[in-house]
Every structure is written in structure tokens, then in C-alpha cells.
Design a binder for this molecule. Sequence first.
Ligand SMILES: Nc1ncnc2c1ncn2[C@@H]1O[C@H](COP(=O)(O)OP(=O)(O)OP(=O)(O)O)[C@@H](O)[C@H]1O
Length: 267
Amino acid sequence: MTISIEIRDLSKKYKLYQNRSERFKDLILPKSYGKDFWALHHVNFKANKGDIIGFIGINGSGKSTLSNIIAGIVPESSGQIKINGQASLIAVSSGLKGDLTGRQNIELKCLMLGFSMKEIKEMQQGIIEFAELEDFIDQPVKSYSSGMKSRLGFAISVTIDPDILIIDEALSVGDKAFAEKSIEKMKEFKAQGKTMIFVSHSINQIKNFCNKVLWLEFGQVKTYGDVDDVIPQYEDFIKDYKKMTKKQKNAYKRSVLKKQNVKVGKQ
Ligand SMILES: Nc1ncnc2c1ncn2[C@@H]1O[C@H](COP(=O)(O)OP(=O)(O)OP(=O)(O)O)[C@@H](O)[C@H]1O
């Protein structure tokens, strides 16, 4: 088995500030202002080539942070990441620059990935057609709807043909026809034995598409394993979690983090 992604003891710390002045003062006197918040804490996992891994967990558990780190969009605070191949992330607007046009965004992203202008020109029309953005491609991306941004992100990511494809909630926006076209494309990638990470709140999508599941809870790995083992546990958990009051949810969070000895800043 070829290892595609190996994450060891990965943590991500954000600084949380009460207000803008605190953020500014922290620039001048670092470590004096703001509270540390661990969005990821000692995360470990390994994926083999061809694995399709669903990232699940309640809101704020760290799924997007982890996928952004794997895609190289967000830096980790500590730990090691080994990626065998090129990773590409499709998130609704992640990595797209609002002031640039759709066409300029295609060029920028492809240049950053090392493609030549000649290669980009060859790929560009295909990307625009796949994204169905012919009439809007020379407009700034900040004028796009979330569905249009998602289509552009998806079209760029699949056209550059990465070894590892990370799909972050891309299918939850946009129209049904585009979602179906995207699923077809993802099936093609699956058939080619590419590694994929699929971030989704839809348990059905995860069940249909993934062989493994990484369940994150408050920035830590709760479970990592086969989809058939993890999803029933997650479904039971969600059923109970939904019944909890806000107070009970906070107490649950504190108890989980205390067990792991995680110091979190107040959110
Ligand atoms: N730039 C940032 N600065 C401070 N905190 C951040 C930043 N980005 C994310 N966080 C915090 O990190 C935690 C993890 O966020 P993340 O978006 O990774 O979670 P998620 O599991 O993807 O959530 P969701 O399901 O709601 O999309 C959250 O508490 C979030 O508020």
C-alpha cells in the first residue's frame, strides 16, 4: 500500500482577541494579548492511495482547518504532514481572490501550482465550460454567488488533475445538475484510484462515497476507521447530542477537553 497522506501530532492554534485594538496591541507586544484557541490538537492519521476519507464532526470540530492544512492553504502550528503528490482543495470560496476576475483566478491558482502560461491557456476554456461561467468569467469573483464560486473552485480543482482531491462542502451549494456532474467527476477520480477527502455534514453522502471516516471532536480525533464501523457510532452520538441543552453541550465539551488536558481559550 502506498501512503498518500501522513499526519503526525498536528496542532493548530489561533489567537482570539476581544476586539481590534487587542489584535493590534498583540502585534506590538506579542504574547501579551489575546487567548490561545486550539482548533486542532495532536491529530494523527494516515491515508493510503485510493482511500476516500470522510471528515465528520459537529460544527467547529476542525474539519475545514484540517483540510485547509492538508491543501497547503493554512499553515500548521506544530506537527508533521507528509503528502505524497499534489493536493487540491475545493471549498466554496477558499483560495479564490475576490478582487480578481474568474479568469485571473484560474491563472493565479494554476501558476501557483507550477503550470506554465501555455498549459494554463490550454486548460482555461475547459475550466470555464465545466464551471458554466462563460458569461461571467471576466467579472470579479466578489460579484459571484456562492454557487458560482463553488463551481469555479470545483472546475479548477478537477481540471488540474491532482493526486489528492479535497472536497470541502462543495456539493452543498449550487444547483442539482451541477452537483450530479460533480459526482460523476468524483466517480472518475475514484475509479482512477486517487485519494480523496470529503468534508460533509451529509451522512448519506459519506456513506455512499467514502471507505474511511475521520471523526473530529473539538479539534481532536475521536475515531478513525472504516465507514461501516464509524458512521453508526456517529449517528448514535448525534442523536444524543441533539437532545442536549446548551449547558449540557458546554459541560460535555469541557469534560472531553479536560480528559485530554487541552487548554482552550473561551470562544
Ligand atoms: N482564522 C481563524 N481564527 C480563529 N479561529 C478560527 C479561525 N478559523 C477557524 N477557527 C476556529 O477553529 C475551530 C474549527 O473551525 P473549522 O472551520 O475547522 O471547523 P469545522 O468542523 O469545519 O466547522 P463547520 O462544520 O462549522 O464548517 C472553530 O472553533 C473556529 O471558530
